[in-house]
Design a protein around this ligand. Structure first.
Ligand code: UT7
Length: 323
């Protein structure tokens, strides 16, 4: 690797800003509980936009930011847990919305690690010959799969999309990617199974397709896997933490990032955090953060950063890249 670069970023959030106090009118909770346990203050909830709408808006901004022509896109990958429909894929819907008629489009499902998985996949496609430019989007309307009567989960998540344009270049870019999965722990963070429903089905297997989470188990997994994944990409590339300008973690919980900061012995200022405004937007959280950092001018050419994600599956992964 080393010749695939992110050349543009964009984001789009759900239209309605919902505060912790607003949530407290729906379930028995409080701003004090949510803020102190998670760091989340508000989240953006989609009122009218589906996953492909959020994705297409974020993508349009990323394409503009990169300066490429939409017709030059060879590949579109959307990472999502909450697609608009079984078929067509959300990526195909985005392709149609953008008019990116020369691209191949498909989805990836890896929950909150989705953007890391999708970047990995896109970087394998980009060969500088048939595939030169790709669009990678993390997009979610998680509010659709939340149980709005379950205070232990509905307070945590938000809706949004983040997008990145990737180009095959001669310059250094993505240096390494590490990803992992452990399907045996899938129940820690899952939605109900879809039912078997046909004239021949023998038993009812339908359950409520709402998000269910063993919060403490996921917390323990997260505080270990973040430092592990960061160290893995650094050690594999003989790069020290001192050389890394920022870590961009999946935005799930402030206390998880704080713990990772202690374990890595890296001050909190080196972690980018925006979960106070958006909550956990799953596959969208890392590209939304990247776009904010890009917009604020925090990323200069040559800066090394690490993106690190974890989530349902279980899945996890880290990307070492040079801006
Ligand atoms: O993308 C990856 C997705 N997920 C995560 O990263 C989540 C990882 N886990 C976490 O972030 C934390 O485990 C949570 C924020 C989900 C929960 O925090 P916790 O400190 O582990 O709380 P808890 O589950 O131990 O609950 C403590 C208490 C319980 O009451 P009792 O049994 O002590 O009386 C809960 O019923 O807090 C109660 N509780 C709430 N109270 C007010 C749970 N949710 C709420 C709530 N408001 N929203």
């Amino acid at each position: 690797m080393g010749n695939i670069k992110i050349t543009g970023t964009g984001r789009c959030l759900g239209e309605k800003v919902v505060s912790n106090d607003d949530i407290a009118t729906i379930v028995e909770t409080s701003d004090e509980w949510i803020s102190s346990r998670t760091g989340i203050k508000e989240r953006c909830i989609s009122v009218d936009k589906n996953t492909s709408d959020l994705a297409a808006e974020a993508a349009t901004k990323a394409i503009k930011n990169s300066g490429i022509d939409v017709l030059d896109l060879d590949l579109i990958i959307v990472a999502t847990t909450t697609p608009d429909s079984f078929t067509p894929s959300t990526a195909c819907l985005v392709q149609a919305k953008l008019g990116a008629k020369n691209a191949v489009a498909f989805d990836i499902s890896a929950a909150c690690s989705g953007f890391i998985y999708a970047l990995n996949c896109a970087s394998k496609f980009l060969d500088g010959i048939k595939f030169k430019k790709a669009l990678v989007v993390g997009s979610e309307v998680l509010s659709r799969i939340l149980d709005w009567e379950d205070r232990s989960t509905c307070v945590l998540f938000g809706d949004g999309a983040g997008a990145a344009v990737l180009e095959y270049t001669e310059e250094n870019g993505i240096m390494d990617i590490y990803i992992g999965s452990d399907g045996s722990k899938g129940k820690c963070l899952s939605t109900g199974e879809f039912g078997i429903d046909n004239p021949f089905s023998v038993k009812e297997r339908c359950s409520e397709s709402k998000l269910d989470m063993a919060g403490k188990d996921v917390f323990k997994f997260a505080v270990n896997i973040i430092p592990y994944s960061v160290n893995k990409v650094l050690e594999d590339n003989s790069i020290s933490l001192d050389e890394i300008k920022y870590i961009v973690p999946h935005q799930a919980n402030y206390r998880i990032v704080e713990s990772a900061s202690k374990r890595l012995k890296l001050p909190m200022e080196r972690f980018y955090i925006n979960l106070d405004k958006y909550g956990n937007t799953s596959a969208a959280s890392i590209p939304i953060a990247l776009d904010e950092m890009n917009e604020k001018g925090m990323l200069n050419k040559g800066d090394k950063i690490v993106l690190v994600g974890f989530g349902g599956g279980l899945t996890w992964g880290a990307i070492l890249l040079q801006w």
